[in-house]
Design a protein around this ligand. Structure first.
Ligand SMILES: [Zn+2]
Length: 325
């Protein structure tokens, strides 16, 4: 146990945000010493390679302890269907898991926390969960809108009956980004209508202008079952809004550096590393970037809980729909 504590402490000292602490840790704790502690703490020499890699190259990741029940249980859960779907995206993700610590849940009620836990491990009381052993054949239709199977992804990301709550979640993230932009002395335009060359128009969520730089940012929150879904969402947004860079150049002739960014979050609070580029371009410092990323993840999670609660209120006591209804 003592060796485990020491190896864990050493790992976090290596990754300290305080550069001096990190430098001292690297000079005091040799890789040989780290290896010795790892083996004494119950870790195997095979797993040491991955941990040493984390130690030297990892960024914002948590310590991977010696083989233990926790990792084994996580692996088992990840393989369950539907409960484990997409859960592996969150493994050792310090930013998207920030709300799990009490300090990351400012102003949350206990009921929010319980719902968020259910949401994270796909245990929300939906017909998808109810039908997890396939007793009803296909997943029954959503009791609120009747337009698709009642899955967690549908309720949190596509149900027409929760649209207002989903818009509130989206708008909250936009207002947080706009606030950060103003704080960094950018001129911020929210939902400005831009007419394209062919006469059609587009309304990006945010346009930031400062000196000779201009950033177009569009926020979207998508189902986070698979990382590729989030990456596709980002590419879609960027392709869509790249077409307004020409008209924006005419509108802001002094601007020389124009860029377009999709700012994508997962419905269960997944933070994409590529979002950091937007914060970096806004000129936000590293520590503040990480703090903001954690806040985005917490707020998205909390707002998704609101989306689910709205759905739950509508369907409480409602009978199952059949395909013909
Ligand atoms: Zn629905």
């Amino acid at each position: 146990m003592v060796a485990r504590c020491k190896v864990k402490r050493g790992f976090y000292l290596y990754h300290s945000e305080d550069k001096l602490v990190s430098r001292v840790a690297k000079s005091v704790i040799s890789l040989k010493g780290f290896r010795k502690l790892w083996l004494a703490g119950g870790g195997s020499s095979q797993s040491l390679i991955g941990v040493q890699d984390d130690l030297l190259n990892g960024e914002n990741i948590s310590f991977r302890g010696p083989e233990c029940w926790r990792a084994e249980e996580f692996r088992k859960w990840s393989n369950k269907n539907p409960q484990g779907f997409g859960v592996s995206l969150y493994e050792r993700d310090k930013i998207s898991n920030a709300w799990l610590k009490k300090t990351g849940r400012y102003n949350w009620k206990e009921s929010h926390f319980i719902r968020a836990l259910q949401m994270r491990c796909n245990m929300l009381p939906t017909l998808e969960l109810d039908n997890r052993f396939g007793l009803r054949g296909a997943i029954p239709l959503c009791r609120a809108c009747g337009k698709g199977p009642e899955t967690g992804s549908h309720v949190l990301g596509g149900c027409s009956e929760t649209k207002l709550n989903r818009m509130a979640r989206h708008n909250k993230l936009c207002s947080m980004l706009a606030y950060e932009g103003k704080r960094m002395k950018w001129e911020v335009f929210c939902e400005r209508r831009i007419t394209k060359k062919d006469g059609s128009w587009a309304v990006p969520d945010l346009i930031f202008v400062r000196e000779d730089s201009l950033l177009v940012v569009d926020v979207t929150i998508r189902s986070d079952g698979v990382m590729a879904w989030l990456e596709v969402a980002k590419a879609e947004k960027e392709d869509k809004y790249r077409k307004i860079l020409g008209p924006l150049q005419l509108e802001f002739p002094l601007v020389k550096d124009l860029s377009v960014h999709g700012f994508v979050m997962g419905t269960r609070g997944k933070w994409l590393k590529s979002n950091f580029l937007v914060l970096e371009k806004l000129g936000i410092g590293k520590t503040s970037r990480i703090r903001f990323a954690k806040l985005c993840s917490c707020i998205t999670t909390l707002k998704s809980v609101d989306v689910f609660q709205a759905f739950n209120k509508r369907v409480r006591g409602k009978p199952l729909l059949t395909a013909s209804q």
